[in-house]
Every structure is written in C-alpha cells, then in structure tokens.
Design a protein around this ligand. Sequence first.
Ligand SMILES: CCCCCC/C=C/C(=O)SCCNC(=O)CCNC(=O)[C@H](O)C(C)(C)COP(=O)(O)OP(=O)(O)OC[C@H]1O[C@@H](n2cnc3c(N)ncnc32)[C@H](O)[C@@H]1OP(=O)(O)O
Length: 391
Amino acid sequence: MGWEQIEISLPNCSALQVISFPVVQLHLNRTAMRASQKDFENAMNQVKLLKKDPGNEAKLKLYALYKQATEGPCNMPKPGVFDLINKAKWDAWNALGSLPKETARQNYVDLVSSLSSSLESSSQVEPGTDRKSTGYETLMVTSEDGITKIMLNRPTKKNALNVEMYHEIMHALKAASKDDSAITVLTGNGDYYSSGNDLTNFTDIPPGGVEEKAKNGAILLREFVGCFIDFPKPLIAMVNGPAVGISVTLLGLFDAVYASDRATFHTPFSHLGQSPEGCSSYTFPKIMSPAKAIEMLVFGKKLTAGEACAQGLVTEVFPDSTFQKEVWTRLKAFAKLPPNAMRISKGIIRNREKETLHAVNAEECSVLQGRWLSDECMNAVVNFLSRKSKL
Ligand SMILES: CCCCCC/C=C/C(=O)SCCNC(=O)CCNC(=O)[C@H](O)C(C)(C)COP(=O)(O)OP(=O)(O)OC[C@H]1O[C@@H](n2cnc3c(N)ncnc32)[C@H](O)[C@@H]1OP(=O)(O)O
C-alpha cells in the first residue's frame, strides 16, 4: 500500500485536512503515559499491517508525529503554496509546535492503536448491510422514535463535504430509505450546517490529471444529487447554522426545511468560478422566481433565515435558543403519522418531476465539469487554500 511510505510520500493528500483528526486531538492531551522506543517501533510496524487505508488526515497526523518524535519541532523551510502535498505535510508537522519528542512518540503509539481498532471494527461491517453510526467517519447516524437522523460531523471544518462524506451520505440515505423510520432528517454538528464542498477536494489530483479529476467529480456529484431526487420518504433539513454552496442548493429537493434564526444561506458560485448544482438551476427559480434565484445563484447574495423563509426556500424559522426543542417536538409528532401514507403522498407530489430533475442534474454536472477546469475556479480554490480569501 502506497501510504506505508508515509515519511517519504503522501499520495492523495489534501492540504487542509490536517488538524481536525479528533482521535489525535484527544490523544495530544495525554501526557501521563510514556511509550518506550520499543512501543514506538512496534507501532511503526503495526501501521504497515493495517488492512484499510486510514485516510489522508490520519496519515498526515502519523507523519507529523513520526517526524516530531524522531527529529523534534519542524525544522524544514515552508514549501510554496502550489506544492500542496509537501505543504500539507509541513503544516501538519509545524502544527505540533514544541511538543516534546516523548509525547509525540506516545501520541503516535496511541493513534496507531486507535486506528487499528477502529479500522478493524469498520472492516467487520458486511458490505450491503446497514452501518451503525460508529461505522461512519464523517457522519453521526441514529434512528429513534421513527426518525433517522443523519448529522454531518466535521464540525472543525464547518461540516465541509469531503469525498468520504459524499459517499457516506449516499450510503446513509440508501439505508434510511429502507429502514423502519417514517422520516429522515439531515442536520449539522457544531455551529455550521455546512460550508459546502470541501475545497481541498480539488487538490487530490489522480494520475489522469485535472481532466480526470473533473470527470470523476461530475460522476460523483451526479450520483450524490440523484440520491436526494430519488429519496422516497419525507426528507427534512434542520439547518442549525450557516449553510453554503451545495448544502443550500440541495434544500430545493427537501420536503421541509426548518432553520435556526442563526442560519444564513449563501451560494457564491460566481465568486468561486463555478455554476449551480443540486438541481437549483431548476428548483430555485420555481421556488422563489427567476430574478430572486439569479440574485442568489449568480450574484451570490447571502440570505438570512427570515429572507430565505420569505422566498419559500425555508419552511419555518425558529429562535436559535429553542430551535432543537421545538423542531424535534414537531418531527416526533410527524413521525407518528402512518408511514406508508406519507411515502405515497410524497410520491404523488414529487414523482412527476423526477425525470426532469435527473435531466437537470446531468446538465448541471456536465457544465460544472467544465467550470472546474477554468482559471476562474482554480484561482478561487488556490486563494482559499493559501488563506487569501474566505467568503
Ligand atoms: C464531488 C464534488 C462536488 C462539488 C459540488 C459543488 C459544490 C460547490 C460548493 O459547495 S461551493 C461552496 C464551497 N465552500 C466555500 O467556498 C466555503 C469556504 N470556507 C469559508 O469561506 C470559510 O471557512 C467560512 C466562511 C465557511 C467559515 O469561516 P470562519 O468562521 O472564519 O472559519 P474558518 O475559515 O477558520 O474554518 C474553520 C476550518 O474549516 C475549514 N473549512 C471551512 N470551510 C471549508 C471548505 N468549504 N472546504 C475546506 N475547508 C473548509 C477551514 O479551512 C478551517 O480549517 P483549519 O482550521 O484552518 O484547518
């Protein structure tokens, strides 16, 4: 496996996925125990035996801890902005500051041990069977009181959607469409609902180059949005905080959208050199009029929750202080309604649009595939990654 040579190269690494690895943060605070050199060497061997790739975030953290444990604080010159892989490695190592070598060694041993157990347990999940919440890396999925809740769970990254999260959401939606629950809810953990597409998704370039990257992105996006178009049960968004990009456009495919008054709705596609997705080029003009849709999707106007409600994108707004309590009370009541009646009624309301929505989705993905190769888009991504711009 390529990632075994972690000290030398980090294939597919993405520049911003370094500091948020929760297991690591947990272990960074553990100084009570001290790993011996032997434990450290055993852990290095154990890494090579892991049956599953632990992902770029974990690999970067392993790299950083290894360097810190063997060489001490980062002593290399900072790589240039465009040298994304080495910059990610440098960032990871440098973020450890003056962490003592012994602590880094202990943290490395702890991380390997937690990776071994988590990867072993997730590999025990049979393909095709429903995953329990613990089987997801980027989501928390629970099913209770007739409600399946899918919670985006990368709060330190404002719930940006990385490639893994796209796949996990599709998996969770497919499982929810078949489980016993009556309704399904999507929400975010932390202060954001979601900051949209993880812009580091653009940095992991396959051997076929940026064209292949754009093509794969369009295939993934089409399949992802298709899962929302086809979802058979009532699908409800609980927008707990700001929503950006694709997390906003998809709302046009939900059956109800409840928002905290802290939420905002922002689709800065032109700023990013991109174009609308999530079927919003079709749903938004229908929901809010073509002119209002253009203000959002073309000019990037950010709406407050109240404005989004007035435009019909949001069903109802709640004060943030009572948002969770009020919405869950309501959802629990909905979930007691006869599930088959709800599913059938949703079907007659939504099904006649499905074919159109799939065609719109295909067209939007094809246009975006071209946009991702444009200078406008590439510059916007580089500016974000080099911390020159935020929304
Ligand atoms: C298969 C591909 C499908 C593509 C579909 C097309 C989809 C398009 C879109 O969704 S377009 C929208 C893309 N999103 C953005 O451009 C948002 C970028 N983020 C920001 O502008 C800001 O982070 C913010 C305004 C959302 C929040 O600002 P602030 O409150 O100051 O927090 P931080 O910037 O410090 O963020 C904390 C932490 O999260 C990382 N992060 C936030 N959003 C993203 C993101 N979209 N992609 C990657 N990383 C993100 C940010 O870098 C910080 O990380 P760090 O702590 O520095 O490691």
